[in-house]
Design a binder for this molecule. Structure first.
Ligand SMILES: NC(=O)c1ccc[n+]([C@@H]2O[C@H](COP(=O)([O-])OP(=O)(O)OC[C@H]3O[C@@H](n4cnc5c(N)ncnc54)[C@H](OP(=O)(O)O)[C@@H]3O)[C@@H](O)[C@H]2O)c1
Length: 257
């Protein structure tokens, strides 16, 4: 299927590994010119082979000064017509474990950073009459997950703002949607299992088996499935989909809405 976005320019934040990288790859397959962000040059070196022609924008999205630098360098290369926001999730833990500083950090990386990037690209998108924004959030927005309080809080804030802004810019050819991953077999997820498996007294393999079995699809998601959905939301054909929270979780969330 021709997604009708060949030649557009996308800025993919947190795009050197996992779900962000999968989004970048699917956009590259659709002929999109890519600007890819991440903190680690080593991760970029590992990823760049699958993203020919992409430009790396190194920087930490949790740092306002890095955000400004990334925005400036991206816009100096031409108009950004597709924005995918992503960063690593905040730490897990009990509610009582986290003080104000921990909350500030989570809000900064997972709410303020995507909002800052949206503010930077939206005026140009509206002026040109076309744009696509996809924020990678989490299934925890639909149903809070134990130990993911920082993630639930920061992402709920972002989700609330997107619900309003998406409607404000819908008439200008710009769509904004959130993609909510359930369990995807990325390095991040598999690493997160190690301490949980130790706490439960089972091996990581056993915990992986149990977690997969609890998902109606009977497996974790493949990042390529996530990337393909992201590219579709960025497509010409998806111009009437906006302000949505698209859950990709193999049926794990049991609710009707
Ligand atoms: N995988 C899942 O099952 C799952 C489920 C629910 C929600 N999520 C959420 O989806 C997002 C992506 O998950 P993932 O599994 O793909 O994670 P991942 O494999 O750890 O990849 C995260 C990407 O973001 C970059 N990154 C992290 N922090 C950054 C920062 N402060 N500034 C710039 N780049 C940053 C990482 O590169 P560097 O480390 O080099 O910066 C990497 O490219 C996370 O927010 C996660 O919480 C994932």
């Amino acid at each position: 299927m021709d997604l009708g976005i060949s030649g557009q320019t996308a800025l993919v934040l947190g795009g050197t590994q996992g779900l962000g990288l999968a989004c970048a790859r699917s956009l590259a397959e659709a002929g999109v010119k890519l600007l890819v962000n991440g903190r680690s040059a080593a991760a970029w070196e590992a990823a760049r082979g699958s993203l020919p022609g992409a430009t790396f924008m190194q920087g930490d999205l949790a740092k306002p000064e890095d955000r400004l630098r990334i925005i400036d360098s991206a816009q100096s290369l031409g108009p950004v017509s597709i924005l995918v926001t992503n960063a690593g999730g905040p730490p897990t833990g009990e509610f009582l474990d986290f003080d104000d500083a921990a909350w500030q950090q989570a809000l900064n990386a997972n709410m303020l950073a995507p909002l800052a990037l949206m503010r930077a690209v939206l005026p140009g998108m509206c002026e040109r009459g076309w744009g696509r924004i996809v924020n990678i959030t989490s299934s925890s927005v639909k149903a809070p997950i134990p130990s993911l309080h920082l993630s639930s809080g920061a992402r709920a804030g972002l989700t609330g703002v997107v619900a309003g802004v998406a409607r404000e810019v819908a008439g200008r050819g710009v769509t904004i949607n959130n993609l909510l991953p359930g369990a995807f077999a990325t390095d991040r997820l598999l690493h997160a299992f190690a301490p949980r498996a130790a706490k439960a007294g089972v091996s990581v393999e056993e915990m992986t088996r149990q977690r997969s079995a609890a998902i109606p699809a009977g497996r974790f998601g493949d990042a390529a499935e996530f990337g393909a959905t992201c590219a579709f939301l960025c497509s010409a054909q998806a111009g009437y989909i906006t302000g949505q929270n698209v859950l990709i979780d193999g049926g794990a969330y049991p609710g009707v809405f």
